[in-house]
Design a binder for this molecule. Structure first.
Ligand code: NAI
Ligand code: ISE
Length: 337
């Protein structure tokens, strides 16, 4: 059976997910699109030669009998509304991160999904599907470096647009580390602190950039994450785990090693679309397969909530400069162990 998908938000990642659901993955087609910028939606339909209807209202798309599953790829503040509407319609929904921009918004989704009685939500946390992160987790699980003591991470973007704000460095950017490090370490956060180094002259006037987030986990592991969204040189994701008996680093993306002009060099990617292209394909194929099998197994609304609880604490820490506790309630049985 081919899964008929409706997509809300036809911008950068929405268009990329439409491309993969239409041209790369198995078992799906895009039959409906919506965007507050209608021209953007219409342009995607014509350029990707979709047999899809442009809906002027996202809720009409969600309720349409032609739509069997929903992809939410609009701006973060709109996610809660559309995910709740998909749950109310009883339709599986893949929501790009963040699930909602606050923990409260995520909890509203968790409560609605639990009331519905069956998992309908997968969150677009793609890093656990990335081959490099999976290889890193395998090293930790095998015990080759002993227990993880410290992690040194960096999340660097070459630049961001004018709409990007200091708190988005947490809710839109660090949210990836907040999710993947819980998965990598099988652990949760107990406190966070945010420090601001010297501001880069390349950062827009309103933006405090870079930031360093310091976290402690329940098992006592200490994590530092550098968030630098105007680094200029490329799109660079780093994760180094310091264990009791060794060190394990996230592999660099595969790139040809060049020797020319008296230089030894490898290219650095500049776009998240390319850095995690494999993981995006795998996460969405898993969503399609799970919907067809009747059981979602990917990153859940609880994962979205857990990351948002830590993100809320980071936002508070940005202002206070203090160490802020992170209090995550026990995971409901509905979401497994
Ligand atoms: P974008 O600005 O390129 O595209 C967003 C689109 O959504 C725009 O066309 C906008 O008109 C539309 N939109 C906004 N609010 C809407 C509403 N209420 N109803 C209908 N359409 C609406 O943004 P981008 O970069 O594609 O990001 C979209 C979402 O995807 C964000 O939540 C972002 O965090 C996430 N994202 C995830 C990535 C990942 O690595 N998993 C990478 C990039 C974005
Ligand atoms: C963007 O929304 C993403 O999710 C990218 O993966 C991240 O690197 C970027 O900072 C976000 O703005």
């Amino acid at each position: 059976m081919t899964l008929n998908i409706g997509v809300i938000g036809t911008g950068a990642i929405g268009r990329d997910h439409i491309r993969r659901c239409s041209q790369v993955l198995q078992g799906s087609r895009v039959v409906a699109v919506n965007d507050i910028n209608r021209d953007s939606a219409a342009k995607v339909v014509s350029e990707l030669k979709l047999d899809a209807k442009v809906y002027d209202n996202a809720h009409d798309l969600i309720s349409s009998p032609d739509v069997q599953a929903v992809l939410v790829t609009s701006w973060g503040p709109s996610h809660e509304e559309f995910v709740l509407a998909a749950i109310a319609a009883g339709k599986p929904v893949f929501c790009e991160k963040p699930l909602a921009v606050t923990a409260r918004g995520c909890k509203n989704i968790v409560d609605a999904e639990a009331k519905h009685g069956k998992r309908l939500v997968q969150v677009g946390f793609m890093r656990p599907y990335d081959q490099g992160y999976r290889a890193l987790k395998q090293v930790l699980t095998s015990g080759q470096i002993g227990e993880p003591l410290m992690l040194h991470c960096a999340h660097r973007n070459p630049r961001v647009g004018e709409a990007y704000t200091t708190d988005m460095a947490i809710t839109d950017t660090l949210i990836h580390e907040l999710d993947v490090l819980r998965w990598l370490l099988d652990d949760d956060y107990v406190s966070v602190q945010v420090v601001f180094p010297r501001k880069s002259s390349k950062a827009l006037p309103h933006l405090r950039d870079p930031q360093v987030v310091l976290m402690e986990t329940a098992k006592g592991t200490r994590i530092d994450v550098e968030i630098f969204v105007n680094c200029q040189y490329g799109y660079d994701i780093q994760c180094e785990v310091v264990g009791e008996t060794g060190i394990a680093k996230l592999p660099e993306p595969s790139a040809v090693q060049m020797r020319s002009g008296a230089k030894l060099s490898t290219e650095i990617l500049v776009d998240w679309k390319d850095r995690f292209i494999g993981a995006y394909d795998v996460e969405l194929q898993a969503f399609i397969n799970d919907v067809q099998a009747g059981k979602l197994t990917g990153p859940s609304a609880w994962d979205g909530f857990a990351a948002a609880v830590a993100a809320d604490a980071c936002i508070a820490a940005q202002t206070s400069g203090e160490v802020v506790p992170v209090t995550l309630p026990a995971r409901p049985g509905f979401y497994g162990k």
